[in-house]
Design a protein around this ligand. Structure first.
Ligand code: XMP
Length: 305
């Protein structure tokens, strides 16, 4: 691991030198990588930085409120309410890679507007070392790498955490006094809940996935999974009261992993699984069934799409 304090000193000095008196912009996702990149850049250049958070409607429960609180110290923070535009763009799209593409393009449109509006010359990105490796291997199209620089004519790209691994980014987050919730967050995919609903992305399915993910995160916390979440994977018959219903199937996944490249399905206690089932079916009358995914990676991936 790098020495955290000297890393912060060097990274902020480098940002100051690169950006000078110009203006910079960063897309905040709520994840630890962009949060640390933003905090480093803010420490370096203050309000010359505009952090932009785009609410895609595909974020975790409470994410937007959390962002407003965590980054309240940055007066230049902008929150863009783009939920309707994302759902419109995703209407009728079912292919996983097409979803990623549509989300990436919509994100670029939202961000481009903000960049033009602030006259930003520099783009700050939270790209970390494994992002660069996976992207070069073209394993999955990660929407937080590439794309933006080609569209908006920035003078330069600033990537303060480009050589760090995830655990090193977390260490820097702690040193920067970013709240523990940011430092200890589970990984969350760039396309958000869109890859946790199979088939078309609708507000109803996303809402089911969001509430179910929240339950799974809470109930598995004591078992310290590397990543735990729920996905809406289809429809099935169930009985609610005296009625047969055709409701959603929610699949729960909790995995242990070191870096996400391989993973093991976690052996959760039966009581935990039953509590998760009972909360998810109880909170949403349109969920008919909850299943637990016991597949390791490989052969499965961690996310469903
Ligand atoms: P998979 O599903 O490929 O996921 O086993 C490995 C890790 O990467 C995350 N993931 C993504 N992160 N954009 C991201 O920024 C994406 O498109 C994406 N797809 C998967 C996933 O949550 C897991 O931590």
């Amino acid at each position: 691991m790098v020495d955290v304090d000297s890393f912060i000193d060097e990274a902020t000095a480098e940002i100051r030198e690169q950006v000078g008196d110009e203006h910079a912009i960063i897309a905040l996702s709520g994840g630890v990588d962009s949060s640390v990149a933003a905090a480093l850049a803010y420490e370096a250049i203050g309000d010359q930085l505009t952090p932009v958070y785009v609410d895609t409607g595909l974020m975790r429960k409470g994410e937007t409120e959390g962002i407003r609180e965590t980054f309240a110290f940055m007066e230049s923070l902008r929150v863009v309410e783009a939920q309707d535009r994302f759902f419109d763009a995703l209407s009728g799209v079912t292919d996983p890679e097409e979803k990623r593409k549509v989300i990436g393009e919509q994100f670029i449109r939202e961000f481009e507007r903000e960049a033009k509006d602030t006259d930003a010359e520099y783009l700050v990105q939270g790209t970390i070392y494994p992002d660069r490796i996976e992207s070069e291997g073209n394993i999955k199209s990660h929407h937080n790498v590439g794309g933006l620089p080609d569209v908006v004519d920035f003078e330069g790209i600033v990537e303060p955490v480009r050589d760090l691994y995830k655990d090193e980014v977390r260490e820097v987050a702690r040193a920067l006094d970013l709240e523990e919730v940011v430092a200890e967050r589970m990984p969350f995919p760039g396309p958000g809940l869109a890859v946790r609903v199979i088939g078309e992305v609708t507000p109803e399915k996303v809402e089911v996935a969001r509430d179910a993910c929240h339950v799974v995160e809470e109930e598995t916390e004591e078992h310290e999974p590397w990543q735990a979440f729920a996905a809406v994977v289809g429809k099935a018959t169930g009985v609610k009261g005296d009625n047969r219903v055709h409701g959603w199937i929610v699949s729960v996944r909790s995995v242990e992993s070191r870096d996400g490249m391989t993973a093991r399905a976690q052996e959760l206690p039966w009581e935990t699984l039953q509590r998760i089932q009972s909360r998810i079916t109880g909170q949403n009358e349109n969920v008919a069934r909850v299943v637990y995914d016991v597949t390791h990676k490989p052969p499965a991936t961690i996310e469903y799409e």
